[in-house]
Design a protein around this ligand. Structure first.
Ligand code: ADP
Length: 601
């Protein structure tokens, strides 16, 4: 599913397209210094046509969803009205989102559109934390903490958990989004329990041009002493405060840091106030959660300013945080890395990562749309093919083993289009034994790979790792013996069980490349079993089919012609036990954490 994400801001409209089946970002752009959001959004189709990109759904970032929405919403007249109703809570931002939605509805009237609210992630904040101690009448009209940057904090939570290989339910995370707008979020075991922005995006940290926390008493004082109106004070707190006010040189942290290093006292104070406020929030949220396991930095300043990260963390040692200056300095983010910058003995981990908000919006849209897909019971079972041991060769290896200029001969086509069994076989020799006449499969690849079952690894006398095709790092060396020569090669693996899934079938089931699911296998009534950790591999050319090896087939007492059914959850097609939540998977050959491959061979 190709999802267009739109983030309509006051100075630019950011948009991107993601293919959720393959997890790839197809396009990303930004229309800057927009005259109007409408005008900018109207330009998007031209960009997409130029790149020959078709879209299936649209996700809009919407700043304020009030107290109503804890999930993204499919946009209809009722949702548009609800976003309009929230305009008083976000007078600068919600009208921009509405303008974007209006135009995309005109351009793509038949495409599903989803509103992803910045406030939604914070709907779990308990009453004691979201309640302002103000008159009941005021609270009755919506005065409470809502919080923002929810999409970013949620992404950070998922990325941190993934990096640490722990479920979110095991972690207390303090996520610091330090951009032009900035907020801190306390995330306790997977849910937001407090955040520094409040009813509006003015509360909390010092920001580029916003003051963050001030004494509400200043309204009366400024009115009495300077004769300022409420509107004037509000405007100054939004646009003329924060770093720009303190530094006197602008709101760009790079410039402020440079000036501070040259001895500019105002710039130095701006940095001190900024860091102090963040540290104060971190400490208070550690108190709120009864401790902290991870502090995560994101946003332009969080990702890039080594000195700011150090300044914020340097007096948090009493929490068990042991900061590592060298690791901090060496952070260089290019995509979705999440390096850790604490000492090995630190009780608190400190991670730095980019905030992939657009990617997260696409994930949210996909989640909401696929929640509404066809129930599990309506899908046919998945055919199972038992993959006997086999060898993939390179052109060069074919010549070494079968003679110069030799070409493999096709014996029979395999079920996946373009793949065939060759007439040729080879002997595989390990340290303790050998397997004779193992079938070669074609066409040739640019690497050698020998796929066996675990029992055969015992015969060879070596430990073959369980891997996806193409992941040959650290695989054992064996000898291949052919009629005209022998070669020693790495590439011995036990294939990770997987399902080749046609793109349409995957989308209908709400699945995408790299997902792991559970499959109940019909073992003819004698040995029915459920396979966990079955990898989904998606390609438009695939015939949907599950591949298991001979050991697995024997365990389930199935032969060719067997079938499996995806284990559903709450009536939805598949229980996804693992899903990549990181964008770097789109750029790397392999997921850096779980070694799953990106491209389908
Ligand atoms: P927005 O909230 O508008 O998305 P960003 O997340 O892009 O903002 O963050 C902008 C801030 O990040 C600016 O203050 C900018 O100076 C700061 N920043 C970007 N790069 C660096 C850097 N290398 N060192 C310090 N600050 C940086």
């Amino acid at each position: 599913m190709n999802i267009l994400t739109i983030n309509a801001g006051s100075s630019s409209v950011k948009f991107a397209v993601f293919d959720t089946a393959t997890n790839k970002q197809l396009y990303k752009s930004e229309i800057e210094r927009v005259v109007s959001v409408e005008e900018a959004v109207r330009k998007i189709p031209d960009f997409l046509i130029a790149e020959n990109i078709k879209i299936d759904a649209i996700g809009h970032r919407v700043a304020h969803g009030g107290a109503k929405f804890k999930d993204p919403q499919l946009i209809n007249a009722e949702i548009i009205k609800a976003i309009e109703d929230c305009i008083p809570l976000a007078p600068l931002h919600n009208p921009l989102s509405l303008a974007g939605i209006k135009v995309t509805k005109e351009i793509w009237p038949n495409i599903q559109q989803v509103a992803v609210f910045d406030t939604a992630f914070h709907q779990t904040i308990p009453e004691r934390a979201y309640t302002y101690a103000v008159p009941e009448k005021w609270r009755a009209i919506g005065l409470r903490r809502y919080g923002f940057h929810g999409t970013s904090h949620k992404y950070v939570m998922m990325r941190v958990a993934e990096e640490l290989k722990l479920p979110v339910t095991h972690l207390r995370i303090i996520s610091c989004h330090l951009g032009n707008g900035a907020s801190v979020c306390a995330i306790e075991r997977g849910v937001s329990v407090d955040t520094s922005m409040g009813m509006t995006s003015l509360e909390g940290l010092v920001m580029g041009t916003r003051s963050g926390d001030v004494d509400p008493g200043i309204f009366a004082y400024l009115s009495h002493t300077l004769g300022l109106s409420v509107d004037e004070i509000e405007m100054a707190l939004y646009k003329e405060s924060g770093l720009i006010a303190l530094s006197g040189i602008g709101n760009d942290m790079r410039d402020i840091e440079k000036e501070a290093s040259l001895g500019n006292k105002k710039a130095q104070l701006a940095i001190q106030v900024y860091a102090y406020r963040v540290r104060k929030y971190i400490a208070s949220y550690a108190g709120v959660m009864g401790g902290v396991d991870v502090i995560a930095f994101t946003g332009g300043i969080g990702e890039n300013s080594t000195s700011m990260r150090k300044r914020i963390c340097e007096r948090l040692d009493y929490l068990g945080l042991n900061f590592d200056d060298d690791k901090n300095i060496s952070v260089k983010l290019t995509d979705s890395e999440a390096p850790q910058i604490q000492m090995d003995n630190s009780l608190v981990k400190v991670l730095v990562t980019q905030s992939h908000e657009q990617w997260m919006i696409a994930q949210e849209v996909f989640r909401i749309l696929t929640l509404k897909i066809t129930p599990a019971s309506q899908f046919p079972p998945i055919p199972i093919a038992v993959s006997a041991h086999h060898i993939h060769l390179t052109d060069q290896a074919v010549e070494q083993l079968f003679g110069k200029g030799y070409k493999l001969k096709i014996r029979n086509q395999l079920s996946q289009p373009g793949f065939w069994a060759a007439e040729e076989t080879l002997d595989v020799i390990g340290p303790h034994g050998e397997i004779k006449n193992m079938r070669v499969l074609g066409p040739c690849r640019d690497f050698i790979q020998i796929e066996i079952a675990e029992t055969e690894a015992y015969i060879l006398g070596t430990d073959a790792p369980i891997r996806l095709s193409g992941d040959r790092d650290g695989t054992p060396i064996v000898t291949l013996r052919g009629p005209k020569g022998s070669i020693q090669t790495e590439g011995l693996i036990i294939a990770k069980r997987h399902i080749h899934m046609n793109t349409k079938d995957a989308e209908a089931r709400g699945l995408k490349q790299g997902d792991q699911v559970e499959v109940a296998v019909d073992g003819n009534g004698d040995r029915d079993l459920i396979f966990r950790d079955v990898m989904i591999r998606v390609d438009p050319k695939y015939v949907t089919e599950m591949h298991i090896d001979t050991d697995e087939a024997n365990a389930a007492h199935i032969h060719h012609g067997g079938v499996g059914a995806l284990m559903p959850v709450k009536g939805i097609a598949a229980h996804i036990t693992h899903r990549h939540s990181h964008a770097h998977y789109t750029e790397q050959s392999f997921c850096l954490n779980c070694r799953e491959e990106k491209e389908v061979a």
